[in-house]
Design a protein around this ligand. Structure first.
Ligand code: PMV
Length: 329
């Protein structure tokens, strides 16, 4: 049984959805991501005995990592909680912090893990922010995002960095690997996000490799697709700025077509996409790596429950959410 300590310092960070540009972003095309109002909270409290104790409510996991002579054991790289321990270790070493006794870190998240909603980035961002508060490090948002990225590298290899960025800053962002991000100032307050889970496991690393392999084989075909994806994203920025949900939906549909073209869709994902549109979604597409995972549909808020109920008939898990302006807190 997991014991949760809700005392002392807390930080929380949101999950995300990719509205457009996944996969193409890996090759330095722009992408658009939005924070959603599902959050991860990380609590830090002190421990009388030495060691870093980490609890994850979602994974139902509990670990005690030892500290000996000020140094740490690095034996548990396979462990799901290792990236959190890594972040603690990184901050203690970088800022020369000595902990008397130990720390208890408790993770409690609304974001389903492993579904492409950026749960790992939200945990990392919230952990760094909570430690910053706990040790009065005064880390800037840029620092928090950069440090959280180090844990993302342990989990995902070489991710684009979009997840830790959106989880830190919140809102809706335009992101480019080599240029960083800019915030798109728009509330999209009448837009509902409906996320339907295919129930098919997705593996980001494998899907990215699959796309890259196909791209290498057919460069003269893929180049214009990547170019079109970049244009689509720029176009979507205008749609978002003017809160034009009809245009936003159409662009999402085109983006889905491009994702199918590069090989990350499958029969059931197509079924969810087309069912969403039939139910009245303004746009529907794979979000994230594809191959499984989630389909994102958008609609005006008044229509959302109808789409939600319809999708429930074919998917076990459907989430109704919206854009969150709040990043890490
Ligand atoms: O892991 P997901 O499902 O959120 O997808 C990540 C998006 C990719 O563009 C496929 C990879 C990346 O690092 O940006």
């Amino acid at each position: 049984m997991i014991v949760i300590y809700m005392n002392k310092i807390k930080a929380s960070a949101p999950g995300k959805v990719i509205l457009a540009g996944e996969h193409f972003v890996v090759e330095n095309q722009p992408a658009i991501a939005s924070a959603i109002n599902l959050r991860t909270s990380v609590y830090i409290s002190t421990r009388i005995k030495k060691g870093i104790e980490i609890y994850s409510k979602n994974y139902d996991l509990h670990r005690l990592y030892k500290i000996e002579n000020g140094s740490f054991h690095d034996k548990l790289i396979e462990d799901k909680l290792y990236p959190i321990y890594f972040l603690v270790k990184y901050l203690l070493n970088t800022y020369n912090i000595e902990v008397r006794g130990g720390l208890i870190i408790t993770i409690d998240s609304d974001i389903p893990p492993g579904s492409g909603l950026g749960s790992s980035a939200a945990v990392s961002v919230a952990t760094v922010a909570a430690l910053s508060k706990f040790f009065n490090l005064n880390l800037s948002l840029e620092d928090i995002s950069k440090i959280a990225y180090k844990a993302e590298e342990i989990i995902h290899g070489k991710p684009s960095g979009i997840d830790n960025t959106i989880s830190t800053f919140g809102g809706v962002i335009l992101y480019k690997k080599t240029e960083g991000f800019i915030r798109i100032n728009s509330k999209l307050s009448d837009m509902a996000l409906i996320l339907a889970d295919s129930g098919i496991p997705r593996f980001t690393k494998d899907m990215v490799l699959k796309v890259q392999k196909l791209r290498k084989k057919y460069p003269e075909i893929f180049d214009p697709i990547y170019y079109a994806a970049g244009k689509l994203v720029r176009n979507m920025v205008d749609a978002i700025k003017s809160e034009d949900l009809i245009r936003l939906g159409e662009l999402m549909n085109i983006n889905h077509g491009l994702l199918s073209t590069i090989g990350v869709s499958n029969m059931f994902l197509e079924k969810i996409v087309y069912t969403s549109r039939k139910l009245g979604a303004l746009g529907a597409k794979i979000t994230g790596a594809g191959g499984g995972g989630l389909v994102l549909a958008i609609s005006r808020k008044e229509r959302a429950i109808h789409i939600y109920n319809g999708l429930k008939e074919i998917c076990k898990k459907v989430i109704l959410t919206e854009v969150s302006e709040k990043g890490v807190l």
